[in-house]
Design a binder for this molecule. Structure first.
Ligand SMILES: [Zn+2]
Length: 396
């Protein structure tokens, strides 16, 4: 179903703008009227990361008048493989500032608004109200549900994308008028159980996948702003880079949706989205109480000659990149399923670690439940080891 343009056209284009956007102006469906709508448009990108990078670069080049950026993170070397809006000299710099500088270089006519903050329930409405459309480039479930809930409660459309390894998804969620489409909760009513879906930091992502999905998001944003084509409302685009296939799946509005259904019970934001998505399960949290050591303490134990059985619960590819010396690899799945428990010695101190401490907490719960009551895990994982003990090792 075609939708009316989201934005009214601006008054007029300057000579500079006509020169710059001429390849848009000669497309009959865009033309001067469409370009004037883009000039008047206010688009917010949540996250200046993998998806936000190509999205903002193309939104800026396309002539979107005002581009907002929400990000509180700083540029890390491990971002540069895919977050192409940032460069080598931006490492350590605020991502929002770095992205703003790139946007100004691509198109100085764009007004850039920096929100150098973490989006939360206290600021999301105020920030979202200033924009016509949201582009969601977040990489975690807590922020994703927050973005969805705020957008639905404000009746605003947002373009969502998600990436993992070689797979990507994108859709337009717009539960309000005139689209009356489904929202993210119609598709995914509940977040996955903690630890079930690895993040890109844990599972990896092919860098160029960000461009494939980010460019779909920009295409949808431009279509909505200018009112051309068939928007991706009520459809989920699924991209498989290995098969090189795109398929679309119909997503219906869920009549039981707590947020946008006819009998919706959720009329405001949740109190705590981190809690709703449960970064770590309750079993894992209680297992780690009194059973957590720092990387520095682990080093002291090793130096003192303590009889340790140090278990790396990450995946083999991660173990190859960097590991704590004298560790053995037993991926978390084998620990949690119980199949690897027989490999754990009864008479040695068991120490578990992963990348950052989440997976090892889950594994610790399983190990302790199997009777290894003295087992501990390393706070901050191998990244903590690199930071506190051996900075010559690579972080990833
Ligand atoms: Zn819904």
């Amino acid at each position: 179903m075609p939708l009316p343009p989201l934005v009214q056209p601006a008054e007029a284009l300057s000579v500079d703008e006509i020169r710059r956007y001429s390849r848009h102006l000669i497309i009959p469906d865009v033309a001067t009227a469409g370009q004037k709508r883009l000039k008047n448009a206010r688009v917010l990108c949540v996250g200046a990361g993998g998806l936000g990078s190509p999205a903002m670069m193309y939104l800026a080049a396309a002539g979107v008048g005002t581009l907002g950026i929400v990000d509180f993170d700083t540029v890390d070397e491990s971002n540069l493989q895919r977050q192409v809006i940032h460069g080598q000299s931006d490492v350590g710099r605020s991502k929002a500032e770095s992205a703003a500088a790139s946007i100004r270089e691509i198109n100085p006519l764009v007004q850039v608004v920096i929100h150098n903050t973490a989006l939360d329930r206290d600021n999301v409405f105020e920030i979202f109200r200033g924009y016509d459309l949201i582009v969601d480039g977040t990489d975690n479930f807590a922020t994703r549900y927050l973005v969805n809930d705020a957008a639905v409660l404000l009746g605003k459309p947002y373009v969502w994308g998600s990436i993992y390894r070689f797979d990507g998804q994108a859709s337009v969620f717009w539960a309000g008028e005139p689209a009356n489409g489904p929202c993210y909760r119609c598709l995914y009513p509940e977040p996955p159980p903690p630890g079930m879906v690895p993040s890109c930091a844990e599972g990896g992502v092919l860098g160029v996948l960000c461009a494939s999905i980010g460019s779909i998001q920009v295409t949808e944003a431009i279509k909505l702003l200018t009112g051309v084509g068939e928007p991706l409302v009520g459809r989920l685009m699924v991209y498989d880079a290995l098969e090189m296939s795109y398929r679309t799946i119909t997503v219906r509005k869920d009549p039981q949706c707590v947020l946008c259904g006819p009998n919706a019970t959720q009329t405001e934001l949740l109190a705590d989205y981190e809690d709703f998505c449960g970064a770590v399960s309750e079993e894992a949290v209680s297992a780690t109480l009194g059973a957590t050591i720092t990387a520095t303490e682990l080093k002291e134990w090793q130096d003192a000659g303590k009889d340790l059985f140090l278990v790396d619960v990450r995946e083999p590819a991660e173990y190859e990149i960097v590991r704590i010396p004298n560790s053995v690899l037993i991926p978390k799945g084998e620990v949690v399923s119980g199949e690897a428990l027989a490999r754990l010695p009864q008479d040695r101190q068991i120490v578990l670690y992963c990348k950052s401490g989440v997976r090892s907490a889950e594994a610790l719960a399983a190990v302790k439940a199997a009777g290894f009551r003295d087992a501990v895990h390393v706070q901050g994982g191998v990244l903590g080891w690199v930071r506190l003990v051996d900075p010559s090792l690579p972080a990833y």
